[in-house]
Write a protein of this length. Structure first.
Length: 59
C-alpha cells in the first residue's frame, strides 16, 4: 500500500488528483493511519508517475 505520510504531506498535497485513491468520489485514507491518504497504484502508469513525482517533488 502506498500512502502519503504526514512528513511528506507537502508531496501529496501537490500530487495530481488522479494519483490519489478515490472511492465514491472521495480521497481514501488509511484506516489505521487516518491522516495518510492512499495513492492509486492500480496501474503501471500510475506507479511510474507516483515514483517519478515523489522523486522530483519530495527530494
Amino acid at each position: 500500500m502506498a500512502r502519503c505520510s504526514p512528513p511528506s504531506r507537502r508531496c501529496c498535497s501537490r500530487s495530481p488528483e488522479e494519483l490519489l485513491l478515490h472511492a465514491d468520489g472521495e480521497v481514501v485514507f488509511d484506516p489505521d493511519w487516518p491522516d495518510e491518504a492512499l495513492l492509486d497504484t492500480s496501474t503501471a502508469e500510475h506507479r511510474d508517475r507516483i515514483d517519478g513525482y515523489a522523486f522530483e517533488v519530495c527530494r
